[in-house]
Design a protein around this ligand. Structure first.
Ligand SMILES: Cc1cc2nc3c(=O)[nH]c(=O)nc-3n(C[C@H](O)[C@H](O)[C@H](O)COP(=O)(O)O)c2cc1C
Length: 212
């Protein structure tokens, strides 16, 4: 089958961090999430071992509790940003900080929280072990986010709650000693569908042909 790169390129270029345009009132169908998760399963594995897991939280009480953990950490992040520290967002606050501040208020209301996990803790392990674990879960989770975007869903990769990973594990019944959480991805239909590619540096600042 010939693949038309057009729509694929569009999804790759416009799957952005969505916080302010998450539709908090529209539920997300389980079948749609399952389709995205099936596509995530097509991501590469390190050695045929499918040791990834996705915890999908839709229960309002669970999301509220996860949101509390996320918020605690996000507030510490905002407190380090002078414009946001006062609680009010002053003129000049960077769009990223505004966007985070919005999600701080609404994280628990995002209709779905997806927590990608990987078997095997790497705390204190050498780089190759780290690379194998994170390199297995990150592509799968990103595939999930791309598939979600293709279905009108927005998401954002977040790591704030990992400061309280143990508490989140307890909440979700994740066996903390054997399984690492990689992120908390709020998912919702987007308000509007137009998303633009990010502005990035010229390619030659990051592409190194033959040698660095
Ligand atoms: C590894 C990683 C961790 C992130 N952690 C958080 C987070 O904890 N909270 C959050 O709101 N966004 C988080 N983000 C989203 C970035 O802040 C977001 O991508 C940012 O808006 C930069 O925009 P860009 O994706 O267009 O480059 C994370 C993104 C990545 C890749």
């Amino acid at each position: 089958m010939e693949i038309d790169p057009g729509p694929i390129d569009e999804v790759l270029a416009t799957t952005r961090a969505v916080r302010r345009r998450l539709d908090l009132d529209r539920p997300v169908e389980r079948e749609v999430l399952e389709d995205c998760l099936r596509l995530a399963q097509q991501a590469p594995t390190a050695a045929y071992r499918e040791d990834w897991h996705f915890v999908v939280a839709t229960d309002a009480t669970t999301r509220a509790a996860l949101g509390e953990l996320w918020r605690k950490s996000a507030r510490a992040y905002l407190a380090r940003r002078p414009h946001a520290a006062a609680g009010a967002l002053l003129p000049g606050t960077r769009p990223l900080v505004r966007s985070v501040a919005h999600l701080v208020r609404h994280i628990g209301e995002a209709p779905v929280h997806v927590i990608p996990c990987i078997e095997g803790r790497t705390d204190g392990k050498p780089a190759p072990a780290q690379a194998s674990r994170w390199g297995t879960i990150a592509p799968a989770a990103w595939s999930f986010m791309l598939a979600a975007r293709a279905r009108g869903l927005g998401s954002v990769w977040t790591t704030f709650h990992l400061r309280y990973e143990r508490e989140a594990a307890e909440l979700l019944g994740i066996p903390y000693d054997d399984v690492m959480q990689a992120a908390l991805i709020p998912v919702a239909y987007t308000v509007g569908k137009d998303f633009r590619p990010a502005r990035r540096k010229p390619l030659d600042t990051m592409a190194h042909w033959e040698r660095w």
